[in-house]
Ligand binder design. Structure first.
Ligand code: ATP
Ligand code: MG
Length: 321
């Protein structure tokens, strides 16, 4: 098997907490707390977890848009954090991001043709005329009309705006796209259209995705591998098939119990977790999940479980599986 496109080893991203403006550091928010994962070429890796579990921070760190605290990220064998600013700039077109709220990342008074095409001009890849031509092409590819090129962001619907966000991400012909909750702000009917678009683009352009979502049912249809995140750590990682049919970690089981089943006669017992997600500035000792785990024992409070291979690339971090 070929080497993965993105490889992550022991990745930690901490944000320092300061007391007052001039106060010293009093601790860290451990947003990403020791992640190991690999994303194969052409696959969609789904990253799932509750709000605050560190999904966006991982996505940003993988593109070196956030600094890391520890660990390693390689892209196509290149150590991302070892690159000089000039080298980083050269590699940037190969990796792009699609955001949850494309409206927030589009300037209200910049025509979308200019917003989508600016990266081509920035990187000196195209002349103004060539850029306009390329923008028209990606607009149609993303299900928009070439005549939309001179419109402003407010003239589009939410789903169309997300198409603009995707057009903007693919115009430089990237290999890797981090899609951070790209459909969470959209109506269910529009979600399917955007997911289909991402899927079609993946097929036609051999794209590799990190697809971030707080909702397992969204990643189910798109992702070949899924990682479940809790308080900055992966608790389980497996192929979609294994994760949905043989979940091992009690947290994954609880998340899955909330996913609706298409067959109305089948029933799944809903597992409701007690309490709230603890603060990543002060995570529980031992297994971070023990405070909410329905089956925790004393060893879970005392020892941190290893993230180990249960066989066939199915990983879980739990003392009791
Ligand atoms: N720049 C920052 N400075 C300080 N803390 C941060 C920063 N960015 C994120 N955090 C903290 O890191 C933790 C993880 O945040 P992150 O945005 O990665 O979570 P998330 O899983 O994407 O959540 P959501 O589903 O709400 O988008 C949170 O506790 C957050 O408050
Ligand atoms: Mg986020």
């Amino acid at each position: 098997m070929s080497e993965p496109l993105v490889q992550v080893k022991g990745l930690k991203t901490y944000f320092p907490i300061h007391k007052g403006i001039f106060g010293g550091k009093t601790g860290d928010v451990r947003a990403v707390d020791g992640i190991d994962m690999a994303i194969r070429r052409g696959e969609t890796f789904g990253l799932v977890g509750e709000s605050g579990s560190g999904k966006s921070t991982i996505g940003r760190t993988l593109l070196r848009l956030s600094d890391k605290t520890e660990g390693e990220v390689t892209f196509d064998g290149i150590d991302l954090f070892g690159l000089s600013p000039a080298e980083l700039r050269r590699i940037r077109p190969r990796m792009q991001m699609v955001f949850q709220d494309p409206y927030g990342s589009l300037h209200p008074r910049i025509r979308i043709g200019d917003a989508i095409g600016e990266a081509l001009l920035d990187h000196g890849i195209a002349t103004k005329a060539e850029a306009r031509e390329r923008v028209r092409e990606v607009l149609s590819l993303c299900g928009l009309a070439p005549y939309h090129i001179d419109r402003f962001p407010h003239e589009f619907s939410g789903g169309q705006r997300q198409r603009i966000g995707i057009a903007r991400a693919i115009i430089l012909n990237p290999e890797f796209i981090v899609a951070d909750e790209p459909v969470s702000a959209l109506d269910v009917s529009i979600q399917a259209q955007i997911i289909n678009l991402l899927h079609d683009l993946q097929e036609s352009r051999q794209l590799t995705y990190l697809f971030i979502s707080h909702d397992l049912s969204v990643v189910e249809h798109l992702c070949s591998t899924i990682g479940v995140l809790y308080l900055g750590s992966l608790v389980e990682m497996a192929t979609r098939e294994d994760l949905f049919t043989r979940p091992q970690h009690p947290y994954t089981k609880a998340l899955l119990s909330a996913v609706p089943i298409p067959n109305p006669t089948a029933r799944r017992e809903r597992i409701v977790l007690k309490g709230d997600i603890p603060s990543p500035a002060n995570p529980p000792s031992g297994c971070k999940f023990h405070t909410r785990c329905p089956i925790a024992t004393s060893v879970c409070r005392e020892q941190e479980p290893l993230f180990r291979d249960l066989g066939g690339g199915h990983f879980a971090a739990c003392h009791l599986v």
